[in-house]
Design a protein around this ligand. Structure first.
Ligand code: SF4
Ligand code: SF4
Length: 600
C-alpha cells in the first residue's frame, strides 16, 4: 500500500480533529476534577488498586460491561446485541485502524485522524493476503456496528418489540448525539465504498462500490461523503458531554473507582459524579420499578432521579423521597448504579430531617444491669413488635431447640437506626448505632438473631460488630433444622414464598427460606422469584404514595408469586406480612410461624 496524498492531509479532517481534541480535553479535565475531589484516603486506595493485580479484574469488568454489555445480554438478548455491536464494533474499527497505521504508515503514528480516515489516504497497490485480511476485518466490524445502529433506530420507534414497555425522554443534547451516532456508520460505509475502487475494500465496501460507481458523476461525490462523515463524528464529539452518551467514557472511570472500593459520600461530585454520568438512560429501571407501574408516575424512577442530580435540579430531593427503596431498579441496572445510596445522601444533604426531634436514643430503655453472656441475642425490632406472632414463634423455636438466648428489645423500645438513615438523619443514627453496638458486644454473645430483614441489613452494613455473627431467622432456623435441633413434619398444604426486598436483594438470602418451607409444606415455584422479585409496597421509605397505590404494588406482588395457586403465602419479613395480609384473602404467614406449627 502507499499513501495517496503526500502530506497525509485534506481539509475534510478538520471537523473531526476539532471534535476529537475537544472531547479529549473535556474528558481529561473531567477525570482530573473527579480524582482531585476524592479525599486523601480514597486517592491512596485508588493508587493501590491501580498498582495491584486486581486491576486485571477491573479491566475485564470494563471489557465485559462497557464493550460487551454482558449484563444487558443476560436480561434481553436483542438489547444486549444492540449495545454490544455498536460499542464493540466501533472499538474494533478504531483498534484495527491504529494497527493498519502502525503497519503500513508508521510515519503517521499519533496523527489523530489517520486511523479513522485511513482508507482515504492510503491506496492499495497490490492485493496481499494481509491487506485482504484487514479489508475483511474492517468490513466485518462495520457491518456489525451497522446492524446495531439499525436495531437502535428500530428500538426508537418500536421499543416494545425489543421488550421495553417504557423508554426515556431525550434532551436536545441527546438528540444531536443520537442522530450523529446514527449517521456516523452509514456515512463511513458510503465514504469507504465510494473510494473502494481506489483504496480497496472487501465484501461490503467493494460490493457497494460496484453499485455506486455506475452512478453518473459519482467521483464528484467522494469528497462530499468524506466531509459528511467527518462532520457527523465532530457533531457527536461536541454534543457528547451534554448527552446521555457521556456514559460511554465515564463508565470506565466509574468501574475503576468502584472496584477500588471508593463509595459515595455526597450525592454530587467525586465518585458520585462518575456514577451519575455513567447512567446510559437505558430506561431498564423504569420497567423494573413496581411503584412506577402501580402509580403510573415515572418521574421518581432512578433514571430521572439521576438525571435531576446531574442537572442539579431542585426536583432531585423530591424524587429522592418518592421511592420505596426496594432496590429492584438497581438489580435491573446494567451499570450497577446505587441509586438508593444516592437518594439517602440527597435526603441527608437537604437536612429536612432537622425538623423532627426524635433521635430514637432518648426513648430506648437499655437494661441497667449487664446482660448475660448467652449463646444468642435476639433483636426483634419495631416491625416484629407490631406482628407479635413472629417473635412468639421465634421464641418458641429457640426454646424447643434449647438455645440459650437473651431477648434484647423485649419492651420494643430500641431502634436499629434505619428510620433515621432513610430520612436523612445519619449523624443521629451514628450515635444510636454506637450505643446499641456497645450493649450488644457487652453481652459476649456469639450470634445476633434478627427477625426483620430491614434491621438485618442495617446491622450488617452499619454496625461492624466484632466477634458476633449476624443472622436472619430464616437462616438460623434452617441451621437448627439441619443440625436436627428442631424436627419438622411436612404439612399437607401448598405454600408460595415472597422474597422480602431487604432480605433478598439487600442481603442475598434466597435459599434458606425455601429450604425451610420445602421441609414444612409443598413449596410452589414461580417465574419472578429471587433478585427480580416484586416489592410488597409496604416500605416506610416514602410517605408520598397513597394507600391505593401501595395496594396496587401489593396486588402485583401477589400476582407475580402466583399467590392464588397456593394455600398459604409465606414471607420472612414482618412488614411484608402486614402489607400482603391486607390485600390477600387467603392466609399470609411468616416462615417462623409455619415452622413453629410444623415442629414435632
Ligand atoms: S439507572 Fe441504570 S437502568 Fe436506569 S437508566 Fe440509568 S443505567 Fe439504565
Ligand atoms: S428502589 Fe424500588 S420504588 Fe424506588 S425507584 Fe427503584 S424500583 Fe422504584
Amino acid at each position: 500500500m502507499k499513501e495517496r496524498v503526500i502530506f497525509g492531509f485534506d481539509p475534510f479532517v478538520i471537523p473531526f480533529t476539532l471534535g476529537m481534541v475537544f472531547i479529549i480535553l473535556y474528558l481529561f479535565v473531567g477525570t482530573v476534577r473527579i480524582i482531585a475531589s476524592l479525599d486523601n484516603k480514597e486517592k491512596k486506595r485508588l493508587l493501590r488498586h491501580i498498582f495491584s493485580f486486581n486491576i486485571f479484574n477491573t479491566l475485564w469488568n470494563v471489557i465485559r460491561d462497557v464493550l460487551l454489555h454482558v449484563k444487558i445480554f443476560r436480561k434481553n438478548f436483542l438489547l444486549g446485541y444492540m449495545h454490544a455491536s455498536i460499542a464493540f464494533g466501533w472499538f474494533m474499527l478504531i483498534l484495527i485502524g491504529h494497527i493498519e497505521v502502525f503497519l503500513y504508515t508508521p510515519q503517521r503514528n499519533g496523527v489523530l485522524y489517520y486511523p479513522v480516515f485511513f482508507r482515504y489516504f492510503v491506496l492499495q497497490t497490490n492485493e496481499t493476503l494481509r491487506g485482504a485480511f484487514f479489508f475483511f476485518l474492517m468490513d466485518f466490524f462495520l457491518l456489525m456496528t451497522l446492524s446495531g445502529v439499525a436495531l437502535a433506530i428500530f428500538k426508537r420507534f418500536r421499543s416494545r418489540r425489543l421488550g421495553m414497555k417504557r423508554t426515556t425522554r431525550h434532551s436536545i443534547g441527546d438528540r444531536i448525539a443520537l442522530f450523529s451516532l446514527w449517521l456516523i456508520f452509514p456515512l463511513r460505509l458510503m465514504a469507504e465504498s465510494f473510494t473502494a475502487g481506489i483504496s480497496g475494500g472487501s465484501f461490503l465496501t467493494k460490493s457497494l462500490y460496484n453499485l455506486l460507481s455506475v452512478i453518473p458523476g459519482y467521483a464528484s461525490m467522494i469528497d462530499a461523503v468524506w466531509w459528511s462523515y467527518s462532520l457527523a463524528l465532530s457533531a457527536f464529539f461536541f454534543s457528547l458531554p451534554f448527552s446521555r452518551y457521556m456514559h460511554i467514557p465515564t463508565e470506565i472511570l466509574y468501574i475503576i473507582l468502584k472496584n477500588a472500593g471508593i463509595k459515595s459520600t455526597v450525592s454530587r461530585d467525586g465518585y458520585a459524579e462518575s456514577e451519575i454520568y455513567s447512567c446510559s438512560s437505558c430506561g431498564l429501571c423504569i420497567d423494573a420499578c413496581p411503584m412506577c407501574s402501580a402509580s403510573n408516575k415515572e418521574r421518581f424512577t432512578s433514571v430521572y432521579f439521576v438525571r435531576a442530580l446531574r442537572n442539579r435540579s431542585n426536583f432531585a430531593e423530591e424524587y429522592a423521597r418518592e421511592c420505596l427503596m426496594c432496590g429492584k431498579c438497581m438489580e435491573a441496572c446494567p451499570v450497577g448504579i446505587d441509586s438508593i445510596k444516592l437518594r439517602e445522601l440527597k435526603k441527608e444533604e437537604s437536612m429536612s430531617y432537622g425538623k423532627y426531634d426524635n433521635d430514637y436514643l432518648s426513648n430506648a430503655k437499655y437494661s441497667n444491669t449487664p446482660l448475660d453472656a448467652p449463646e444468642l441475642i435476639y433483636y426483634a425490632g419495631c416491625m416484629t413488635h407490631l406482628t407479635p406472632g413472629i417473635y412468639k414463634s421465634i421464641i418458641n423455636i429457640l426454646e424447643k431447640a434449647s438455645v440459650n438466648y437473651t431477648f434484647l428489645d423485649k419492651d420494643g423500645s430500641i431502634c436499629c437506626g434505619r428510620p433515621l438513615i432513610i430520612s436523612g438523619g445519619r449523624e443521629k443514627a451514628k450515635k444510636l448505632i454506637e450505643r446499641n453496638r456497645e450493649i450488644i458486644e457487652g453481652t459476649g454473645a456469639k450470634v445476633l438473631l434478627l427477625s426483620c430483614p430491614i434491621c438485618y441489613r442495617i446491622f450488617k452494613e452499619e454496625y461492624a460488630l466484632s466477634g458476633i455473627k449476624i443472622t436472619h431467622h430464616s437462616e438460623y432456623i434452617a441451621k437448627l433444622a439441619d443440625e436436627n435441633r428442631i424436627r419438622l413434619k411436612k404439612g399437607d398444604f401448598s405454600v408460595t414464598y415472597h422474597d422480602p426486598c431487604d432480605l433478598g436483594r439487600g442481603c442475598k438470602v434466597y435459599e434458606e427460606p425455601r429450604k425451610l418451607l420445602a421441609k414444612s409444606a409443598n413449596l410452589n415455584f414461580y417465574k419472578e422469584s429471587g433478585p427480580m422479585s416484586h416489592c410488597c409496597g409496604g416500605s416506610l421509605a416514602s410517605d408520598r404514595f397513597s394507600f391505593e397505590e401501595r395496594g396496587k404494588v401489593a396486588k402485583n406482588a401477589l400476582l407475580s408469586i402466583e399467590a392464588g395457586k397456593a394455600d398459604v403465602v409465606a414471607t420472612s419479613c414482618p412488614l411484608c406480612l402486614k402489607t400482603l395480609s391486607v390485600w390477600h384473602d387467603k392466609r399470609v404467614a411468616d416462615i417462623s410461624q409455619i415452622v413453629n406449627e410444623q415442629m414435632i
